[in-house]
Design a protein around this ligand. Sequence first.
Ligand code: ATP
Ligand code: MG
Length: 288
Amino acid sequence: MFAGKGGVGKTTCAAATALHCASLGEEALVVSTDPTPSLSHIFEVKEKQKPVRVAEGLYLAELGIDEVKQMWDEKFGREVYEVFSAFVSVPYEQFADFITSILPGLRDEFTVDYIRRLANEKRYGRIVWDTAPLGQTLGLLETPAMLSQHLKPAPRIYSRLKLSTKTRRSVLDIIKGWESLSAEDMYFLRNSVRFVMVTIPEALAVEQLESIVAEFAKFGFKVKQLIINNVIMDSSSEFLLTKAQQQRQYIELLHDRYHYMEIFELPMFPHEIKGVERLKDIEKSLFE
Ligand SMILES: Nc1ncnc2c1ncn2[C@@H]1O[C@H](COP(=O)(O)OP(=O)(O)OP(=O)(O)O)[C@@H](O)[C@H]1O
Ligand SMILES: [Mg+2]
């Protein structure tokens, strides 16, 4: 899982990593759970089918709001609707739209669950997960803990509700289902996911990195790798030299602060990274 502040190069690094895995002969899937994904732009594909093959042994999938809604619908949608429709009268479609788009935590929960199920299927040798910028990612981590907190008083309330016979499971069973979903997803994040942080050598990014690493640690997720992206290696002009010198202090600070991590410095290229050929430059820098 590639995480970090907005615009630091998460998607670029995820795409290059997936390309590398595929070149080693692993069937790789690169999947984006960013609501405004850019993976398909990087790989220059237009097809909507998911997943789509983008290179030899490499597949791409973007998880949008529609897929999350569908997962919600399959797992809990109808039954939760039964519960809510005891209080309010709203058509199911509207209810599902509301739940899945307005409650960001729920979206994140299903996102993690989607990745977990993909991993369990073992159809791919490697799943490279490109996430949304910092804000959303933190929400994602908060969700399972939050869900179980809020569900604690729920059984007392829900057990009094009278439901129609259409509900297959009891309300308590639905809540238990939520709880075990959260627990499984947290277990998956703790034990099966390798977190890679991406940052750039600038004050704001370095500061935000500290809070996200702390947040990850709080949940028991250990970050072992850090990519410092956009490092200026060229000092052929005064402008570049000044910029490079300024970056150096942050790079040193990062090495110092995260000495227990494996740290990669990724140069800033003079062109934007678009298309497989350009991605190979990133791959080379990261893996050689
Ligand atoms: N090492 C690099 N050299 C030159 N350009 C780069 C480099 N890394 C990333 N870029 C460019 O920076 C831009 C942002 O990169 P990218 O989309 O990977 O960031 P992100 O962290 O995924 O952003 P978001 O938070 O919006 O998802 C892109 O235009 C990309 O081509
Ligand atoms: Mg991105």
